[in-house]
Ligand binder design. Structure first.
Ligand SMILES: Nc1ncnc2c1ncn2[C@@H]1O[C@H](COP(=O)(O)OP(=O)(O)OP(=O)(O)O)[C@@H](O)[C@H]1O
Ligand SMILES: [Zn+2]
Length: 468
């Protein structure tokens, strides 16, 4: 068997969402597991809606997630170009071949005629398909209509009385009788090509071996196979993945403005969290812990893909985010957190600070409150902390300030205050935390205390003594 080649073929008509990205991810995992290639092709045939900024955004999103492609847009390769808008000559060349074989014919039916025919079929409970009215026009008739300047589409002639069958990698054996499909348009009257045609042709010409894509394309597949068979081109294996739906059960779509990858990035999600979340949406993994992209690839098995729609669930995503924060290495954690506390936390402290607050943050901006707790000149004090401070014995803070005339670590400090005040446990720790950080909960005190430094800590205690 030829080595595996998968692809992601988005239309640059909006920012990509979870549904799109999961499709890309599964293609990456499948290729990677098989030591194959992942290809990126841009399907920008809808010139009205396609925009260069969305091409850039797709590339940026995929790179951010580590879903790198080895062939295609921006990378080049043996089947360049990888943008459909630049492949018009190729599409025309193969169309000529189909014409020479008598596999396409001009259709002059007006939109109104087609609409009426569809309604008649629907009323009779039949699948809407082209009646075949123009399938057998005589050459003279065609020439006359063309001379009159009548607009026409080109239709693909489906083979009669056959069944298009294929084994879907996810959904198993599929059978589509050709008469349910009917002759379909492959070139519109404005000269643009239909999705079925260019998408199938490109997959074949680019050597794609496996097409994993959304279930929304299942019904297109028999048409695509028929085209490739007519042209004598290789037919890839298809796998149709269940769609990701929102809370109302509607498939996520670029048009409905579901959460985009760009928004996730701006919110501070870790790529590994997004990948772990999406990989498990409709795919079962034995391992329940956070996995690297490589480990996800090794554990990926197309037979473990579910057929039911998968529901997008923010809480699950956040579970993986929390895992990612806890597992990030010190440098990655620091780089992730730094922009949110820039100016509050001194640069030399940044890594120690990030490690100190790790257990209490899920997103970078969550660290701001702890940055203030450690470094703010005027310490913000929460309502709960204010109450604790009011209820604590006032002499505690004077004792604590007196204990801090020199540098020491938190446990030494606590020992001294304990000995001098006779307080212990919560009675001791809670007021100290409240006075030092302005909060009643938060990260472990020893590292915060170290970052704060004994002078600032003492200053805060003194401030509190003076204010009571
Ligand atoms: N809700 C979804 N869940 C899973 N996969 C999806 C979903 N929506 C699209 N896909 C898949 O994403 C891939 C890229 O598709 P495409 O760029 O056409 O995006 P799209 O979201 O379908 O676009 P639009 O919303 O403009 O129709 C295709 O394989 C498609 O099947
Ligand atoms: Zn017609």
């Amino acid at each position: 068997m030829a080595s595996i080649k998968t692809r992601f073929a988005p239309s640059p008509t909006g920012l990509i969402h979870f549904g799109n990205v999961r499709t890309a991810l599964f293609n990456v995992l499948f290729a990677r597991k098989g030591g194959g290639t992942f290809l990126l092709r841009i399907e920008d045939t809808d010139l009205e809606r396609s925009r260069e900024e969305f091409v850039e955004a797709v590339k940026q999103d995929l790179r951010w997630l580590g879903l790198n492609w080895q062939e295609g847009e921006g990378e080049g390769g043996p089947a360049a170009p990888y943008r459909q808008s630049r492949r018009g000559d190729i599409y025309t060349r193969y169309l000529e071949q189909l014409e020479a074989q008598g596999r396409v014919y001009p259709c002059f039916c007006s939109a109104l005629e087609l609409e009426v025919s569809r309604k008649v079929q629907a009323a009779a409970g039949k699948p809407p398909r082209y009646s075949g009215k123009c399938a057998h026009l005589k050459p003279e008739e065609v020439a006359r209509k063309q001379a009159e300047g009548l607009p026409y589409t080109l239709r693909f002639r489906m083979p009669a009385d056959t069944v298009l069958a294929f084994d879907d990698l996810v959904r198993g054996p599929q059978r589509f009788p050709s008469e349910d499909i009917g002759d379909f348009i492959i070139r519109r009257s404005d000269g643009s090509f239909a999705f079925f045609y260019v998408n199938a042709l490109d997959d074949a010409l680019m050597g794609v071996t496996h097409v994993l894509r959304g279930e929304d394309h299942l019904a297109n597949t028999p048409r695509q196979i028929a085209i490739l068979q007519a042209l004598g081109l290789p037919v890839p294996q298809y796998g149709h993945i269940s769609l990701i739906v929102d809370a109302h059960g509607a498939p996520l779509s670029k048009r409905t403005g579901s959460l985009s990858v760009q928004e996730l990035r701006e919110l501070g999600y870790f790529p590994i969290a997004v990948n772990n979340y999406l990989a498990r949406l409709g795919h079962h993994f034995e391992e329940s812990g956070l996995l690297s992209l490589e480990a996800l690839a090794q554990a990926f098995d197309i037979r473990h893909l579910g057929r039911a729609p998968a529901r997008y669930d923010r809480a699950q995503l956040d579970h993986w985010q929390a895992q990612a924060v806890q597992h990030a290495d010190a440098d990655a954690l620091t780089a992730w957190l730094a922009p949110a506390v820039h100016g509050l936390v001194p640069e030399p402290d940044m890594q120690a600070f990030a490690l100190a607050v790790r257990a209490n943050v899920m997103f970078p901006h969550d660290a701001r409150v702890w940055a203030e707790a450690v470094y703010a000149e005027a310490l913000p004090i929460s309502e709960a902390a204010r109450q604790v401070l009011e209820e604590a014995p006032p002499e505690l803070f004077r004792i604590a300030a007196d204990a801090l005339l020199e540098d020491m670590d938190f446990s030494a400090f606590v020992q001294r205050v304990k000995a001098a005040s006779g307080l212990a446990g919560k009675q001791l720790f809670l007021p100290l935390r409240a006075a030092l950080t302005g909060q009643t909960f938060g990260p472990e005190m020893p590292p915060l205390f170290r970052l704060m430094g004994y002078e600032r800590a003492r200053h805060r205690l003194v401030q509190h003594v003076l204010s009571t």
